[in-house]
Design a protein around this ligand. Structure first.
Ligand code: FAD
Ligand code: UDP
Length: 374
């Protein structure tokens, strides 16, 4: 038998929170991670004095004070407020959908004028009943002009599917506001950790009870691990764990292309979305704008985010939570319930479109159940 109480598979946020909490209770934890670094998708790396978000822009936001206090133990956060701007065929619009967007688009000045315009477009679209898909949900929230200029092209390239085949909840992530407020989130607390996200996971894992090994894939020695460790926390793909025996869940992947530019300020904002269908990328991130006044004045790093189909072996960045996949996930969750000494957690283990605060919350719930009497 192993000298460890737990094997944690994956050194992302879920695995790190669990490991930290277990170590605080005197448990011995082995963490294995298949990438050559810790922190999963929140990994940031310093280049030219700039914290580069290696797996896409990550902005921490939550309305849960406990989660905010929890994460603030591991880093100091700045006052960054996410305010992406959309570029549609060269025309710039503020996001999320708010009075600045409506005014730029239609020349309206007041909330009542904007509401009237949207109502007129909704009526012309003749929708009835509950929105059945993302397209209907979007039109019923903000009308056809915004749907066609700021949503349809972006959404269909991001997900590789028609908006009429996608679940409505995806677009409800974005606020619609009748005020001149470009804050992308409604949450009470928001910011970027000064010095990057990697330090958060580093500090969570910095206990004598925790041993971390990177570059190790669980599936290379699955049977041995199952025999050796009394309990496993698995944060990889749940369908892969079961050798896809019930069929494959769908994921969406991404390709990131980063470039260094010899200018101080390339695009004037951390995030610019390209919402037309023709541009092959969805967003361009300029990392230095996440932290104020940092980095070389004559250099900047930008990253273009290209959506990509997922096939086995690719990085599964997003679960595709449509009805078919959610039903299949439920069947895998049944199998997981019978897998006595394995707990499945995180975006891939629970097949949920979790943001960071939700992953921390889910991990703390698991800790409460698993570690309560220990
Ligand atoms: P992960 O970070 O994926 O960690 C799982 C780890 O397990 C990975 O490191 C993986 O390599 C490892 N692993 C998998 N299989 C194995 C195996 N077989 N053996 C060993 N190791 C394995 N959230 C926000 O709150 N705000 C944002 O702005 C935001 N932006 C995002 C942008 C993008 C492009 C993406 C993809 C996500 C974004 N998120 C954001 C979500 C955020 O990344 C996740 O909520 C969080 O990182 C999930 O943590 P996790 O531990 O569940 O998963
Ligand atoms: N979206 C869009 N236009 C935009 C930004 C977002 O249509 O300019 C849609 C798109 O379907 C996307 C969803 O809203 O997948 C959620 O956006 P979010 O920014 O939360 O995506 P994430 O950061 O999770 O990729």
């Amino acid at each position: 038998m192993s000298k460890y109480d737990y094997l944690v598979v994956g050194a992302g946020l879920f695995g790190a929170v669990f490991s930290h909490e277990a170590a605080l209770r005197g448990k011995r934890v082995k963490v294995i991670e298949k990438r050559d670094h810790i922190a999963g998708n929140i990994y940031t790396k310093e280049i030219d004095g700039i914290q580069v978000h290696q797996y896409g822009a990550h902005i921490f936001h939550t309305s849960d004070k406990q989660i905010w206090n929890y994460v603030n133990q591991f880093a100091e956060f700045n006052r960054y407020t996410n305010s992406p701007v959309a570029n549609y065929h060269g025309h710039m619009y503020n996001l999320p959908f708010n009075m600045n967007t409506f005014s730029e688009l239609w020349g309206v000045r007041t909330p009542d004028e904007a509401k009237a315009k949207i109502q007129e477009q909704k009526e012309a679209a003749q929708l009835s009943g509950e929105p059945k898909n993302l397209e209907e949900q979007a039109i019923s929230l903000i009308g056809t002009d915004i749907y066609h200029k700021l949503i349809k092209g972006y959404t269909e390239k991001q997900w590789g599917q028609k908006a009429t085949d996608l679940p409505a909840f995806i677009i409800r992530r974005l606020p619609v506001r009748y005020t001149y407020d470009n804050n992308y989130f409604n949450d009470t607390y928001q910011g970027i950790p000064i010095g990057g996200y990697t330090q958060i996971v580093e500090k969570m894992l910095a206990h004598p009870e925790i041993d971390v090994e990177t570059g190790v894939d669980f599936f290379a020695h699955k049977d041995e691990y199952l025999k050796e460790y009394p309990k496993i926390i698995f944060t990889g793909m749940i369908d892969q764990y079961f050798n896809y025996q019930l069929g494959e869940l769908e994921y969406r992947s991404l390709r990131f292309e980063s470039e260094e530019r010899d200018v101080d300020n390339y695009q004037g904002n951390a995030v610019i979305n390209y919402t037309d269908a023709e541009t092959p990328y969805t967003r361009v991130i300029e990392h230095k704008h996440f932290e104020f006044g940092k980095g070389d004045k004559n250099k900047t790093i930008i990253t273009k985010e290209y959506p990509a189909d997922w096939k086995r072996g690719d990085e599964p960045y997003y679960p595709v939570n449509n009805a078919r996949n959610n039903a299949l996930y439920k069947q895998y969750a049944q199998l997981a319930n019978n897998e006595g000494n394995v707990i499945f957690g995180g975006r891939l283990g629970q097949y949920r479109y979790y943001d960071m605060h939700q992953v921390i919350h889910a991990a703390l719930v698991t800790c409460k159940q698993e570690l309560k009497s220990k």
